[in-house]
Design a protein around this ligand. Structure first.
Ligand SMILES: Cc1cc2nc3c(=O)[nH]c(=O)nc-3n(C[C@H](O)[C@H](O)[C@H](O)COP(=O)(O)O)c2cc1C
Length: 206
């Protein structure tokens, strides 16, 4: 099996983390920077993260996550944040680099900016776009983690309001999921992978 296929198909949501293992800040940053090569519409990268490693803070987070033990056991918890205001905050940096790298002539910069901001002015569209692109980033994190022998568990079982309050996240931003990350407890076994639909059950080729 090809290496990349193995990383994807053998990924599991890890319930049992090795509580004795830590992850260095450098390793977390490396995983996140590789994962952040994920695509995003207009390259706006409308995501942010907060990474919680502190043991006491993880205990509080566990409570916010309806007492899911893996939140406390994992070496770190990555809180994914979708920013519906990202277009307004990122557009200049993104377009400057687009001009610099030869993606567009300087004269087209202002009209491109207007076109993008016109769409992101609509809060519903901005939310949908930012959540969508943040989910692509999230999936990359889970795959890239495995390159470094790390395992993950995506979760949306938490009180979003309390999460934002605890971490000081702007109420207008969205937390679509968190990802616990660490090393699997080698003494514990997972159940077999849950059923996946076959192509004929979810798709058609026309
Ligand atoms: C967005 C998202 C939220 C999830 N939330 C939880 C959660 O709060 N608690 C939990 O135990 N599992 C959660 N899961 C894990 C799924 O149940 C799991 O991915 C699915 O059963 C398939 O298992 P696998 O990831 O091992 O293949 C979540 C998964 C995703 C993608």
């Amino acid at each position: 099996m090809k290496e990349c296929q193995k990383l994807i198909t053998e990924r599991r949501s890890i319930t049992f983390f090795d509580t004795t293992k830590e992850i260095s800040d450098d390793l977390i940053k490396e995983v996140l920077e590789v994962a952040a090569t994920a695509p995003s519409a207009n390259n706006l990268q409308p995501w942010e993260v907060k990474v919680i490693k502190d043991k006491e803070k993880k205990k509080i987070l566990k409570e916010i996550c309806f007492n899911q033990q893996k939140v406390e056991d994992a070496s770190a918890v990555i809180v994914l944040i979708a920013n519906p205001k990202a277009a307004f905050e990122h557009i200049d940096r993104v377009l400057d680099s687009s001009v610099e790298l030869g993606y567009m002539p300087k004269e087209r910069r202002e009209s491109a900016k207007e076109r993008v901001l016109e769409v992101w002015k609509d809060m519903e569209q901005a939310k949908r776009k930012s959540i969508r692109d943040t989910a692509l980033f999230a999936m990359n994190i889970m795959i890239v983690a495995r390159v470094y022998d790390l395992e993950t568990h995506p979760m949306d079982g938490f009180n979003e309001e309390k999460m934002k309050e605890f971490l000081g996240i702007d109420v207008e931003k969205i937390v679509p999921m968190i990802i616990t990350i660490g090393y699997k407890d080698p003494s514990k076994d997972l159940l077999p992978r849950a059923y996946r639909f076959k192509f004929d059950e979810f798709g058609e080729i026309i």
